[in-house]
Design a protein. Structure first.
Length: 446
């Protein structure tokens, strides 16, 4: 285990009061990109980020991207013209808070409880941005050149920054790209995320009748759109809970860090007595295999129900696609499966609403070796590799526009953060250790 730079460690520790103040200011900006009337708050969060970067010697630009979100891009040259370049990424937009009354404290007011800092974006992803800033302040002048990118619409799909990367790839050119938007498998376990599942959102619509008809008069013989849809949806999982799409392999295995069932059960808030799904381990199921989830159904609610056979019904499906599978081909297989398994010759229409590719990192380059050593030193523990069931489409875009770059994913998020949920929080020790690891990396990777 490498000995930690005690002076650098002390500088990071001394900056934690400022880190908390930074995070409080950022959390106070209600920067929910798709929320009506949020434009001013999103712009304020971007301007705050730009000012903080400028104070650290970056030439900074705030760019309105194609989806209307403000992105912050900055550059600071290295000590020599041929110095390596490191890009630090995060995003300033956040998920909606949801029902405010369910929060234990105001969602846009950073609040400390039991040693954690609570607030929307405290971990995802304003906490990661603060970790970047803290690392840069602690490191001071670095031999490597540094780029910084702070996105404004990641939680809404990130189409604006994807377009910007394709239009102006020079803003993203780097030897190593550090994506600060993931985290550790557990508090205190340094983790690099090396695998991301892609995503396909597909809407399936079933039409069976010209209009609703009386269930007493016609029910039993009239083709029922809702029953047909449910029959088709049920065919997407077997009795064990494995995803079953004709022509799509579903037996992949995860070879990195394990995800113990008891830990997964607690992290996923599974109710007592319920079974975890699938024939694989939790790590296999959420990091290595395809998974289809019904995330919405268009049908009468129980409060509005009448005694009628439903003529038309629809569902929105979220399909996660692991590395090794092509998302377009997987969508085509899903559409064919639904058409084959929805019965009674009803009309079936399937429409893709979003398609994002999976990502698998190459982990054998000098940047990964240096970053792994820095994490190991900062945490005093061996680094593990994990997957992530969610998608970060930007990773695949960056792999296209900067093919020479090593792309590494890390951050302050861990299961107790409850990102995207009520009472999101961050462990300040995770923020400190992440910042120290990045500072060690930036000072040693020239």
């Amino acid at each position: 285990m490498e000995a930690v730079d005690t002076q650098l460690s002390a500088r990071v520790a001394a900056l934690m009061t400022r880190a908390r103040a930074d995070l409080a200011e950022l959390v106070a900006h209600r920067s929910v990109h798709l929320e009506p009337g949020s434009g001013a708050a999103c712009r304020a969060a971007a301007e705050w980020s730009a000012k903080a970067c400028a104070e650290l010697g970056f030439e900074v630009e705030v760019i309105e991207t194609s989806d209307g979100s403000p992105a912050v891009v900055g550059y600071r040259p290295g000590a020599t013209p041929d110095a390596r370049t490191v890009l630090l990424y995060s995003h300033h937009d956040v998920q909606p808070a949801g029902p405010v009354e369910r929060w234990s404290s105001p969602p846009f007011e950073l609040t400390e409880r039991a040693g954690r800092w609570y607030g929307r974006g405290a971990a995802d992803c304003k906490g990661n941005l603060v970790a970047h800033l803290t690392a840069l302040r602690a490191a001071g002048a670095t031999g490597c050149a540094v780029r910084i990118v702070v996105e404004g619409s990641e939680e809404a799909g990130g189409a604006g920054l994807d377009d910007l990367a394709r239009q102006r790839p020079e803003l993203f050119d780097a030897d190593v790209i550090v994506i600060g938007d993931t985290g550790n498998v557990a508090v205190g376990t340094p983790t690099l995320t090396t695998s991301l599942r892609g995503v396909v959102n597909a809407k399936v619509t079933v039409r069976a009748l010209g209009s609703a008809v009386h269930s007493g008069q016609f029910g039993g013989a009239a083709p029922d759109a809702m029953a047909a849809l449910l029959h088709g949806l049920a065919s997407l999982r077997d009795a064990a809970g494995d995803t079953t799409i004709d022509g799509v392999p579903g037996g992949q295995r995860w070879t990195g860090a394990p995800y113990p069932p008891e830990v997964f059960r607690a992290d996923s808030t599974a109710l007592p007595g319920t079974e975890l799904l699938g024939t694989g381990t939790p790590a296999d199921m959420v990091w290595a295999r395809p998974a289809v989830t019904v995330i919405g159904i268009d049908a009468p609610g129980t409060a509005d129900a009448v005694a009628a056979v439903i003529p038309e019904a629809a569902a929105l499906l979220n399909l996660r696609v692991p590395p090794g599978l092509d998302p377009r081909a997987t969508y085509d297989a899903l559409a064919a499966h639904l058409r084959a398994h929805i019965p009674w010759q009803v009309e079936v229409a399937v429409e893709a609403q979003a398609i994002g590719a999976p990502f698998a990192a190459a982990t054998d380059g000098p940047g990964y070796r240096a970053l792994t050593a820095a994490l190991r030193t900062a945490y005093g523990a061996e680094v593990v590799h994990s997957g992530q069931g969610g998608s970060i489409p930007l990773c695949t875009v960056l792999a296209e526009v900067v093919p020479r770059a090593e792309i590494a994913l890390l951050g302050v998020e861990e299961p107790l953060c409850r990102i995207h949920a009520v009472d999101e929080s961050v462990d300040p020790e995770e923020l400190r250790r992440t910042a120290l690891a990045e500072a060690l990396f930036l000072t040693g990777f020239a």
